[in-house]
Design a protein around this ligand. Structure first.
Ligand SMILES: Cc1ncc(COP(=O)(O)O)c(C=O)c1O
Length: 493
């Protein structure tokens, strides 16, 4: 039986090898004869766990009508191994042990795998994605015109330029300083233009090295934790947490602002406001507390303001609006969510001159060295687009893109609120954080995908504090957001 089951599966999945075990329950007084087995009612549950399959996908195949005169099949357990290269050759290089500590896949590729599996199960499903926070609306003309002009100029002798300054073009650095940090004491030389905030988060981790302890909001954008693991700052993963990371719980009970007195000994505090995934923004008083805490403990805040322009009330847009922040904080930000630059790739990080390591050495000098070593400057075409974003026309265009996503956010919030859910975020961020008390986030994710063909993001993917929540992103075409809302209203009516 082992042989026939394996060859059946191998013919369906030729690239996979299978270890199939089948338990057959029969009447106690007899064993199945070999001749009976091939024609038995073969109801098999198969678990595939490989990079190409969603973890624990299962399907059932039934070949023959059940015949009570035949022995009935019990549990059929099948474990596949991923396709292996048919080679005995391996290099002498051992795997980076920190990589082995990482849990499963990075959240968003895992969601993409689950979506693909859903589509292969239901090829005609009209799946709407309100999952990954990727923008959907076209980049305004003012930006694309500037970029195409710059691209065309590259074909001329006068307009050609090769490598630029690793820190970014002076004009763009200056425009970022005057647009977002006017009167905050941030100079253009404090600004490092980059290919996006996510890349800068990793560069900052390289800057800090493996001997620091980080604290993160729980839940938080996964890049802080994963880059910390990769750098070797953490221990193993136990009880849904990595050892040597401080998880600062943010939930409705504390209005999504952590109790700082619970942090023990963090060197670097990653703090995202408005927060992805909870959608909540910290108030001036809260950020003042955070800066004072960092000062008292001589720690560094890495402040992620990738959604700052979504703030609709008087919460600060930058950590540098808080007195004393320049001595304790770095800020990273991005054009991704303001101007649809997720694919164009352009962001920046501010490292003030006032920020010093314990020995008095300026952090900015080391960061400059990291940038010059790991990066060769943002694309000159993208930087032309960034400069256009900060022109008066570009600022207006960004604002109207943001307003469009705000309206989407309102539609999603209204939908869940009307259905009786407790809904958080949304006001200052393009994310709605919906509570499903007592339920597993992945189960809710699966239910919404299965029954409404809508992709969301399970809260637990952002840390243990996200369990019981899902994040619904407002990035989407209007008709999709409306249709998703209709389907969700049907599902949870
Ligand atoms: C909080 C946060 N920071 C950074 C990023 C990444 O931004 P970028 O596209 O500039 O790499 C994201 C993207 O979703 C984010 O949510």
């Amino acid at each position: 039986m082992r042989r026939s089951g394996r060859s059946l599966l191998s013919s369906v999945f030729p690239k996979y090898s299978f270890d199939l075990s089948l338990s057959v329950s029969v009447a106690a007084d007899r064993s199945p004869s070999l001749s009976e087995l091939p024609s038995m009612d073969a109801s098999m549950s198969v678990s595939l766990n490989s990079p190409h399959f969603v973890a624990h996908t299962s399907f059932t195949t039934s070949k023959l009508k059940h015949d009570t005169s035949r022995p009935s099949l019990g549990i059929c357990k099948c474990v596949s191994s991923p396709p292996t290269e048919q080679t005995a050759y391996a290099t002498k290089v051992s795997r980076n042990a920190n990589m082995a500590k990482l849990q499963a896949g990075y959240l968003f590729p895992e969601i993409a795998r689950r979506r693909a599996a859903h589509l292969s199960k239901y090829p005609d499903a009209q799946v709407i994605s309100l999952g990954i926070g990727d923008t959907t609306e076209p980049v305004p003309d003012v930006m694309t015109n500037a970029m195409s002009e710059r691209a065309r100029a590259l074909s001329t002798v006068e307009g050609y330029s090769g490598y630029g300054a690793e820190q970014g073009e002076k004009k763009l650095r200056s425009a970022i300083a005057s647009t977002y940090y006017k009167d905050l004491g941030i100079d253009e030389s404090d600004i490092f233009v980059s290919d996006g905030a996510k890349c800068d988060i990793s560069r900052l981790q390289v800057l800090f090295g493996s001997n620091v302890k980080i604290a993160v909001q729980d839940p938080s954008y996964p890049a802080y934790v994963d880059s910390s693991v990769i750098m070797g700052q953490t221990g193993l993963y136990e009880n849904q947490r990595y050892r040597n990371i401080e998880y600062m719980r943010c939930d409705p009970q504390n209005s999504f602002f952590p109790d700082l007195s619970l942090i023990s000994n963090a060197d670097v505090i990653f703090f995202c406001s408005p927060n992805n995934p909870t959608g909540s923004a910290a108030t001036r008083e809260q950020l003042t507390q955070l800066v004072q805490y960092a000062k008292k403990t001589r720690s560094i805040i890495v402040y992620d303001s990738a959604y700052a322009m979504y703030i609709s009330d008087d919460c600060p847009r930058s950590i540098f609006e808080i007195d004393g922040a320049k001595e304790v904080a770095i800020e990273t930000s991005s054009f991704s969510k303001y101007a649809g630059f997720t694919g164009i790739r352009l962001g920046w990080t501010v490292v003030p001159k006032e920020l010093l390591f314990s020995d008095g050495f300026p952090v900015a000098k080391d960061f400059n060295r990291i940038v010059c070593t790991c990066f060769n400057g943002a694309s000159n075409i993208a930087q032309a687009g960034g400069l256009a974003c900060l022109s008066p026309e570009g600022l207006k265009a960004m604002q109207s893109t943001i307003n469009f996503y705000r309206e989407n956010t309102q539609i999603i919030m209204d939908t869940f609120t009307k259905l009786g859910f407790n809904v958080y975020g949304g006001k200052n961020a393009p994310y709605v954080w919906v509570h499903f008390p007592g339920r597993s986030s992945w189960n809710v994710f699966a239910e919404i995908l299965e029954k409404a063909n809508v992709v969301t993001t399970p809260g637990s993917g952002f840390g243990p504090g996200g369990e019981g929540f899902i994040r619904v992103s407002a990035f989407g075409h209007r008709e999709n957001v409306l249709e998703a809302s209709r389907r969700l209203s049907q599902l949870y009516k």
